[in-house]
Write a protein that binds this ligand. Structure first.
Ligand code: HEC
Length: 138
C-alpha cells in the first residue's frame, strides 16, 4: 500500500468511527429526554382529566377548596395542611373515602389514583413536597 492510500484509509476510518459515535450519542440523548417527558406528561394529563371530573365539585378548579357551601372540603393546593399527609394515606382516602368525602376512587387503578394525586401535588412548593415524604399524617 502506498503512503497516500494508507492516509486515505486512515482518514476514512476516522470519519466512519466519529460519525458512528456522534449518531450513537445523539440517539441515546434523544431517548433519555423523550422518556422522562412523556411519562410525566402522560401521568399529569391523566391526573388532570380525573381531577376535573371527580374533584372540582368540592375542592375547586385550583384546589383551593370549599367549592360547595354545605361541604367543608379543605384546600389541597398547599395553602392548608393536606401536604402533611403521606401519599399512602391520601391514596387510601381516595379509595375508601373519609367522613364526608366519598370514596371517589374506589374502582380506579393504582395508576389512576397516583395520577390524580401527582396532578394535585404540582400545586405545592418543592419544600412542601420534600417535607411531606415520611411525615406521619396529622
Ligand atoms: C363530595 C365532595 C368531595 C369530593 C368529590 C372530593 N372530596 Fe376530597 N375531601 C372532601 C371533604 C369534605 C374532605 C375532608 C375530610 C372528610 O370529611 O372526609 C376531603 C379531604 C380531602 C383530602 C385531605 C385534605 C386534608 O387537608 O386533610 C384530600 C387530599 C382530598 N380530599 C383530595 C380529593 C381528590 C384528589 C378528589 C378527587 C379525586 C376529591 N378529594 C374529591 C370532599 C370531597
Amino acid at each position: 500500500m502506498k503512503d497516500y492510500q494508507r492516509n486515505l484509509l486512515g482518514f476514512t476510518l476516522l470519519l466512519v468511527l466519529s460519525g458512528g459515535a456522534l449518531l450513537y450519542s445523539n440517539r441515546s440523548q434523544a431517548k433519555r429526554t423523550v422518556k422522562i417527558d412523556t411519562s410525566q406528561n402522560v401521568q399529569l394529563a391523566l391526573g388532570e382529566t380525573i381531577y376535573k371530573s371527580n374533584c372540582i365539585a368540592c375542592h375547586g378548579e385550583d384546589g383551593s377548596g370549599y367549592a360547595q357551601p354545605d361541604i367543608p372540603a379543605p384546600a389541597i393546593n398547599g395553602t392548608e395542611h393536606a401536604w402533611h399527609h403521606p401519599d399512602e394515606q391520601i391514596l387510601a382516602l381516595l379509595q375508601q373515602g373519609g367522613n364526608l368525602m366519598p370514596a371517589v376512587g374506589a374502582n380506579w387503578s393504582n395508576e389512576e389514583r397516583e395520577a390524580v394525586w401527582a396532578y394535585v401535588k404540582q400545586w405545592w412548593s418543592p419544600q412542601q413536597r420534600k417535607a411531606q415524604s415520611g411525615t406521619i399524617g396529622e
